[in-house]
Design a protein around this ligand. Structure first.
Ligand SMILES: [Cu+2]
Length: 165
């Protein structure tokens, strides 16, 4: 094997290992929503989006009927989306993106007063207020957005995000 081929092979192995470690780390740790990192951690459902690379703007309305409108959205893999939230109700509402498992865990923490809704992929919206955040969907699949104000998640304030190739 020539030196150049050997170098390429070693490089490929190193890069593959680094990627595998990063994926394992992202899936095994539960990042408390308050903690921010310098580089957006990649989760199963994507990562914090760069506001300069927004490709789509999606408006979502929240109501005291414990529903989002729309309650289902479809995005393309790789798209960076700016979510513009409007709370038309008299109660506060949240929008937090995640897998169903992740959202259930976060809802339980918020309910016990052990976490607040903030950080990447999440926003808390006061009555009559608006908020926005940017998210990049990096993997195809079905994910969710939910309101973690105690009682709202249980009342079905959940929407579905379908990420297509
Ligand atoms: Cu709510």
């Amino acid at each position: 094997m020539r030196a150049r081929e050997a170098f390429l092979l070693v490089s490929a192995v190193v890069i593959t290992c680094a990627a595998a470690i990063e994926i394992a780390h992202a899936e095994l740790t539960f990042d408390p929503p308050i903690i921010r990192r310098s580089r957006p951690p990649e989760r199963a459902f994507g990562r914090e989006g760069d506001p300069r690379k927004v490709k789509r703007v999606i408006k979502i309305e929240m109501s005291d009927a414990m529903r989002y409108f729309p309650s289902e959205i479809t995005v393309k893999r790789g798209d960076t989306v700016r979510f513009v939230l409007k709370n038309g109700g008299k109660l506060p509402h949240d929008m937090v993106i995640g897998s169903m498992d992740d959202l259930k865990k976060r809802a339980a923490l918020v309910k016990r007063g052990q976490a607040k809704v903030s950080g990447p992929g999440a926003a808390h919206v006061p009555p009559g207020g608006t908020a926005r955040f940017t998210w990049q969907f990096t993997r195809p699949g079905e994910y969710y957005y939910a309101c973690l104000v105690p009682g709202h998640f249980d009342a079905g304030m959940i929407g579905t995000i379908v990420v297509v190739q």
